[in-house]
Design a protein around this ligand. Structure first.
Ligand code: NAI
Length: 384
């Protein structure tokens, strides 16, 4: 009834988008329920604000609180350039084992889209967040490490690699792939979704991407027997969740040509990175794209954009992505009525064509409003 939500303000446009977003999220809960439930917000420091207060960009106290938390939400965090500074976002993902990056992608009527039928897109991408070529294990061409590895591959494993090559490693584990697919299937079942599509490049990378496909089907068959069916066997039993797979390149065609045939997508790190941005573009850009990174214990919600330094402090930012991340948090809690109010309010503001500059630029004749005013418009629209 009163879950604690740890929140991190974030850098750049973080403070202004939070100022607009939080009242909208809280009011949606207040309007949807009369039983006294509400979110209990507790601030944690990270980024510039943390550095100013403690001398550390990511204080131990923040990490300790997040390790014991089940719900958190953050604004964008700047990665200072130079000095070997490690991205705070990557540090948070790795330290907290946030292995699933989840991005729902849906269309709000009125937004300019580059495709003819953007309303046919309603997908949720589950992207593996910790493995694959993102592990950061790579060496520059001509480096001593690359030369040693090339010699090892030649002498020990009999594989010839061009000596001037740069090299990278693509580790993928059974446990890592399975937990991602398991989560996607559970989500699809909980939400009454129609299908889960495993997206991979297993025709070329048989033992990594191909294994992702095989492990995915294995999880489906062993752990969800009776609840799921492979594509092609849809009639037995009826209404079960369909599990299918597509090769990544074909999938990029499919989401353009037949988006209505796809629902929940479970995929590897690099495929998921490309696919979620491409899908966001298909429905009109990243401006309204919410997201969440999850471990087995923590759901950490965040807008998908960065700190937008060139517009920070100018009341120009769109708080929509943070507000919709809040709606995602409410859905995660099972507070669907409150989440639906937020979606309805955003849809109404877009229909009325009163939007922030990023959306106005894509909507001929739209009235441009500031970040705070857009928050107020949503607050009023919530009452409807
Ligand atoms: P960015 O997302 O901050 O900006 C890209 C473009 O989108 C800019 O033109 C910006 O003005 C615009 N934009 C972004 N969010 C907007 C919003 N809410 N309303 C209106 N316009 C918006 O990406 P960029 O420039 O690559 O990164 C800037 C900083 O943000 C870097 O330090 C980067 O490391 C960090 N970053 C942090 C992320 C996170 O915390 N999850 C994600 C992406 C970047």
């Amino acid at each position: 009834m009163k879950p604690i939500v740890y929140w991190i303000e974030g850098d750049g446009i973080g403070p202004e988008v939070w100022r607009a977003a939080r009242p909208v999220i809280d009011r949606a809960v207040e309007l949807a329920y009369t039983d006294g439930r509400h979110l209990v917000w507790q601030e944690l420091l990270a980024g510039q604000k943390a550095f100013a207060a403690t001398g550390s960009y990511l204080p131990e106290a923040t990490l300790a609180a997040l390790k014991g938390a089940s719900l958190a939400m953050k604004g964008p965090l700047e990665t200072p350039v130079g000095g070997g500074f490690r991205s705070l976002n990557v540090t948070l993902r790795q330290t907290l084992d946030l292995y699933a990056c989840i991005r729902p992608i849906r269309y709000f009527p009125g937004i300019e889209s580059p495709v003819k039928y953007p309303e046919r897109v309603d997908m949720v991408v589950f992207r593996e967040n910790t493995e694959d070529v993102y592990a950061g294990i790579e060496w520059p061409a001509g480096s001593p490490e690359a030369s040693r590895l090339i010699a090892f591959l030649r002498d020990e494993l009999g594989r010839a690699v061009e000596p001037t090559s740069a090299l990278g490693i693509k580790p993928m584990t059974e446990a890592g792939c399975k937990r991602l697919v398991r989560r996607a299937i559970r989500f699809a079942l909980d939400q009454g979704r129609r299908s889960v599509t495993l997206v991979h490049k297993g025709n070329i990378m048989k033992y990594t991407e191909g294994a992702f496909r095989a492990w995915g089907y294995e999880v489906a068959a062993k752990e969800f027997a009776g609840q799921v069916v492979p594509e092609g066997q849809e009639s037995c039993p009826p209404a079960a969740l369909i599990i299918k797979d597509r090769i990544a390149d074909a999938m990029f065609q499919e989401v353009l040509l037949r988006p209505e045939a796809y629902d929940v997508i479970a995929t590897t790190n690099l495929n998921g990175d490309y696919l979620s941005d491409a899908l966001a573009a298909q429905v009109g850009g990243l401006g309204l794209a919410p997201g969440v990174n999850m471990s087995d214990t923590l759901a950490f919600f965040e807008p998908t954009h960065g700190t937008a330094p060139s517009i920070a402090g100018k009341d120009l930012a769109n708080p929509g992505s943070l507000i919709l991340s809040g709606a995602l948090l409410l859905e995660h809690l099972g507070w669907r009525e409150a989440a639906a109010r937020i979606h309805q309010a955003v849809a109404q503001a877009i229909r009325q064509r009163t939007v922030t500059v990023d959306l106005a630029a894509q909507m001929p004749g739209a009235q441009q409003v500031g970040c705070a005013a857009f928050g107020d418009i949503l607050l009023h629209a919530l009452e409807a």
